[in-house]
Ligand binder design. Sequence first.
Ligand code: CAA
Length: 697
Amino acid sequence: MSDAVGYDTEGRIAVLTIDNPPVNALGIAVREGIVAQMDRAAADADVDAIVLLGAGRTFPAGADIREFDQPTREPHLIAVVDHLDTIEKPIVAAIHGTALGGGLELALGCHFRVASPTARMGTPEVNLGIFPGAAGTQRLPRVAGLDHALELIVLGKPIDAARAKDYGIVDGIIEGDLRAGAVAFASTVVADGTPRKISSEPRAGIGTPEDHAENIEKYRDLANRRMRGQDSPHQALDSVVDGLKMPYDEAVAADRKRFEACKNSDQSKALRYAFFAERDASKIPDIGKEVAPRDIASAGVIGAGTMGRGIVVSLADSGFPVTVVETSQEAIDTGLAEIGKTYDAMVQRGRIDAAEKDARMARITGAVGFDALADADLVIEAAFEDLNVKKEIFAKLDGVAKPGAVLATNTSYMDIDAIAAATSRPGDVIGLHYFVPANAMRLLEVVRPAKAAPDAIATGMALAKKTGKVGVLARVCHGFIANRSRLPLVREATFLVEEGASPARIDAVLTGLGMPMGPLAVSDLSGLDVSWRMRLSLADQHDPEVRYMHLADRMCELGRFGIKAGKGWYTYEEGSRRPTPDPETEAIAIEVAKEQGTARRDISDDEIRERCLYAAINEGAKILEEGIAARASDIDVMWLHGFGYPRWRGGIMYTADEIGLAEIHDRVCAFHAEHGKQWAPSALLARLAEEGGSFTG
Ligand code: CAA
């Protein structure tokens, strides 16, 4: 018998321990083990009740996702869960860590559930393009009621043990030793003769779909808004609703078919890819787990502008004491006042209470001058994007910071090797590229200059994890991975306006792919002047053979900086962020096209999609072939978390593989012939297209 599920006894209670590190996923060995050991306990005359728990860090965190790509092997998890109904001795699930997906379904099949106070549980399957396929859609409504079940199943967000107790999902919270507490609970159940609770049995008063029409509509609406374009939340909802109409066995049979269809869908494959891509991003090929990150007890931030403030909040939110420095007391006062407003907004939205706001504010100290940074273990510079300014800052910092401190720049595109060279300790200098707003955006691009010490890089990656972000590593080049791969998309979007497509049409094509906003609306939001200033500062490096963004320059020369100016690619009413198409934009485009000799024409949606998307993919391929990204999936993770690319499409490189690299290469070559050097095909793309290869396979 497999040793994935251990068996021992305490008095007259059998304790079954699932042991399948790291997260006790319910692979075939575990499923077989549970059935076998349950049968053993059922047959053991010296056993009155059974406790089921997980070894190590958690109760099972779900089905083994890696098995989804293999032929399924019996027993299916649903059969395991149903088998528990037939065991006539009480079974108590003892939950710690995270009981997720199939893990929670397994617990629901047990007759009682107890949990550690720190346990979390939920059904996050919709995030993988599936739904709880081991009868969770049938058992959870019977245990927790329809509203709570819909919340967990359709939205996929886990809850803590206290809430699970409120919802009736757990019968007791065990402070202290979980195993001992669960054994005591099981003994009491036996002593009291408490009948087993079988969660597949009908629940009185569960209601009909008509009774719950309002709630069902509410969750459909939430699914549409929060997971736009994604099918699985709707399948999950349909499955729950089926359960209100059919007996358990029939609903489970219907689920089986629906589940297989979901599992085999393109969306689920892309979502599973995204799940593993995020985990792979934390692995750096030449920096193993033996390289320990440096300890960060306190941090400093240089600059209290929008970016600096966001970084300060992110650090303070995660418990770090942080000193923010500015050049004048006035700038400090303004910065701290703005940070206070950010926290006020969190209090207003109910995300934190006033005491928590005070605790976070208390971690933040403002100071004038760099001396206040002398004790910081990590300093993040978030000053003006000017290479000379940054070099000066780092030279000064070098004289102040303590030995071993990690010195990071938040630049979004500059040469960090040059910045590191301004110090006597380039091994300590890294890039930490945050995205606006830095406290809310999950992506952190960790940039690795040539001389950075491995443990300085490990510190950047560890910081991402500690602050709830997804850290992705990039090497140094202009724009690193994120901005460099996105720039061609924005560039093509502006050329398309010059050639005759309207901003609204371009944005509609890209939102049609599932992106939350189109690139031109995003430019209006972030300000057209940001990239304008960058283009001006790099004017002497511009290759005359590469088409230039004259129209974008002209918009800025006319003061059309975007929302903050009331007009950009669109126009905006005072105080509104709603873009309204502006005929003046077209007039400006016609004028610039005339000056540049650009022919204006009808442009198809297909061309808009291909020009924008394929330009980014071609650049992504160059980033990969130059070794700026360690793997294609790192580029994808950046797009998912930095630019809102739909998760169910995996990322731009995954999308490219789906379309086929030969097709992409053909179109890139055609655009190269038509539009010039900026479309030069990546050598890697050409090779993979020729070989029938892929970026992500
Ligand atoms: N299957 C296979 N591998 C899994 C896994 C799963 N369900 N969950 C996690 N892992 C792996 C990860 O890939 C990672 O492997 P590597 O170390 O090789 O990269 C390792 O376990 C540790 O995972 P994390 O790095 O994510 O660890 P963490 O501590 O940050 O998070 C976690 C732990 C909260 C459990 C997180 O891993 C997670 O959310 N896992 C997925 C949970 C989930 O979606 N469950 C539902 C599965 S589908 C299902 O159950 C279908 C059904 O209805 C029958």
